[in-house]
Design a binder for this molecule. Structure first.
Ligand SMILES: Nc1ncnc2c1ncn2[C@@H]1O[C@H](COP(=O)(O)OP(=O)(O)O)[C@@H](O)[C@H]1O
Ligand SMILES: O=P(O)(O)O[C@H]1O[C@H](CO)[C@@H](O[C@H]2O[C@H](CO)[C@@H](O)[C@H](O)[C@H]2O)[C@H](O)[C@H]1O
Length: 551
């Protein structure tokens, strides 16, 4: 192995667990090996910070000369590379080996803006860094798609009939996400799938099919990148480039804004404050400067039904009507339900529908139990809820009947939808990142997506207070009552919109949807433990509510 590669793999063992998209934060890394390494030459161009933008960038035109590629002088932080390495690494953690892709740049000196992406040092001098933050280098992706380039095993594709505008600067997306997205100008969003799976990525497969079907609820596909595997077989999808929804707003942000309004909503006594700021934030002051009604200075319940409060745990006081606050989300939730039903209809046409016999439903319930056992063993906080959750799965098995199956979104939540000026757009048909490729592409009952979105309403409602460790138990209980009111209102509106637009009625499938929702909650517990441990209280609080009284 070259000293440079040894340095890179050694540094990655420390760097990878600190990345948001790295899925194995709960286990130590045994070994990192490079499975593919392709140098991508960056063509001359006008992108700010690009190789030819640096004063004195002599030698940069010959992209194949490794030293010159990194060795020209001048510009902010020294020489600007004229090529970037596309590296695929295998990461061994115990018996598991996961494959990740990286764009690795090398500079003699790292400018300030690239320092957060530093991976490690080159033994011959200089720094290796995550090149997704370097617009001078990431343009190679856009240029490659525009020109349908081939480089080593990499294949760049343009969507049929699409012209690509080049010369756009890429900025990494700022959203909370499992992959890395680059926004080119205001035109394209290119998502680099960080953890690679064999074969076509369902996000590409489904988005292409829905784009071809003229579905108005997806971002149109503009291109993609894939890699031919060693020894042949189906190409591995590396990236998907879609139309950038410039004016659209993330569903999660819209929902959180609504929740914030609701928590700050004044009530009859004029008391209270809005205390929370989300997991790990330590809280922040009431942005409205006024008091939240129903809640005391520390968020505790101080009024209910016009008197001092001491509600039963499951009581829903009349004042806790989440429709009363400004920024009510229910009309949007209903529209989102209708858009979801429309996409399910298009998916059914594009990929077909099959019937799962009752025996398969019982197998589904067994799979839910298996996941519950695994996650309960790994995350002790789940154990107290395992009994009621398991009983919901048993009930699904006991009442099993034939159900229809089709392709679905598979990991549906508020961060996967955007509200554009024309309506809701669904994103990211990749399925749950922790599932196997076969599971991600498997057909499922469409209510699985409905259950996913119901979980997301539970998350949005609790996200702000969940991170505030300074709340007294009573204050936390007061905020929990408010969270429930918001979640219930939006859950109901979403389900109504879904059923009225022709989707299966969740109310008529109560056993199935409860099992699906609890199964998703168990998945979330594992997801948070592995990826964002500070978020664990969010699904746990919701589980406390959902499983309370279930025996
Ligand atoms: N086509 C697009 N236009 C604008 N923003 C987008 C687009 N696709 C995704 N986003 C934004 O990026 C975020 C992450 O995208 P997503 O596809 O869910 O990535 P990941 O698989 O990494 O979670 C979304 O929540 C949304 O805010
Ligand atoms: O968007 P991804 O495909 O990467 O999905 C994974 O990450 C999600 C978080 O980014 C995670 O979603 C969970 O957190 C959301 C809030 O951030 C919440 O709205 C969802 O309901 C909750 O499941 C998702 O589970 C995971 O697969």
């Amino acid at each position: 192995m070259r000293p440079l590669d040894r340095a890179l793999t050694g540094a990655l063992a420390h760097w990878l667990p600190r990345q948001r998209w790295f899925a194995g934060k709960d286990r130590p890394i045994g070994e990192v090996t490079i499975s593919s390494d392709t140098e991508l030459p960056v063509a001359a161009g006008d992108v700010p910070g690009g190789p030819h933008d640096a004063p004195g960038a002599h030698g940069a035109r010959d992209a194949h000369r490794a030293h010159d590629a990194y060795g020209a002088h001048g510009g902010e932080g020294g020489p600007v590379p004229s090529s970037v390495r596309h590296v695929v690494v295998d990461v061994r953690q115990g018996a598991d080996v996961d494959r990740y892709q990286l764009l690795v740049g090398r500079r003699d000196e790292l400018p300030e803006r690239l320092r957060p992406g530093e991976i490690g040092e080159d033994p011959e001098g200089g720094h290796l860094y995550d090149a997704v933050h370097d617009p001078g280098l990431t343009r190679v992706l856009l240029d490659g798609i525009a020109a349908e380039t081939r480089a080593g095993a990499l294949r760049f594709h343009r969507a049929p009939g699409v012209e690509i505008e080049t010369g756009l600067t890429a900025v990494p997306g700022s959203a909370e996400q499992s992959n890395t997205s680059l926004v080119f100008g205001e035109s394209y969003m290119c998502k680099l799938f960080r953890r690679l799976s064999p074969g076509v990525n369902p996000d590409l497969e489904v988005n292409l099919a829905l784009t071809r079907a003229g579905c108005e609820h997806v971002a149109g596909v503009r291109g993609w990148i894939e890699m031919e595997p060693d020894g042949g077989g189906e190409p591995i999808t590396l990236a998907l480039m879609s139309e950038y929804l410039r004016t659209a707003t993330d569903g999660w942000q819209l929902a959180i804004t609504s929740v914030r309004d609701w928590l700050a909503h004044p009530g009859p006594d004029g008391h209270g404050r809005y205390p929370g700021g989300g997991p790990g934030s330590g809280g922040f002051p009431d942005p409205t400067g006024r008091s939240a009604a129903g809640l005391g200075r520390h968020g505790e319940v101080i009024w209910e039904n016009g008197r001092a409060a001491a509600p039963e745990e499951h009581e829903q006081p009349a004042e806790l009507d989440a429709g009363g606050a400004g920024g009510d989300f229910a009309a949007e939730a209903e529209r989102l339900g209708a858009a979801t039903a429309a996409v399910h209809r298009d998916l059914a046409v594009a990929f077909g529908v099959t019937t799962a016999p009752a025996a398969q439903v019982r197998e589904l319930a067994r799979g839910m139990h298996r996941q519950l056992d695994e996650v309960s063993a790994a995350v002790p906080e789940l154990a107290p809820h395992a009994g009621p959750i398991g009983r919901a799965f048993d009930e699904l098995a006991a009442r099993a009947a034939d159900i229809p199956l089709q392709r679905v979104h598979g990991d549906y939540h508020l961060g996967q939808v955007m509200r554009s000026e024309t309506g809701w757009v669904l994103l990211d048909f990749e399925g749950e990142p922790a599932r196997s490729p076969e599971e991600r592409r498997a057909m499922a009952h469409p209510l699985r997506d409905v259950a996913g979105m119901l979980r997301s309403f539970e998350y949005a409602a609790r996200f702000l207070p969940a991170g505030d460790a300074s709340l007294s138990p009573e204050a936390a209980r007061g905020l929990e009552l408010r969270a429930r009111a918001w979640a219930d209102r939006n859950r109901e509106a979403f389900c109504r919109g879904y059923a009225e637009a022709g989707g299966a009625d969740p109310a008529a499938n109560a056993v199935l949807i409860r099992a699906l929702e609890l199964d998703k909650a168990v998945y979330e517990i594992r997801y948070e433990a592995r990826n964002r441990p500070s978020w664990l209280p969010v699904p746990l609080r919701s589980l406390e509510h959902i499983t309370a009284g279930a025996g």
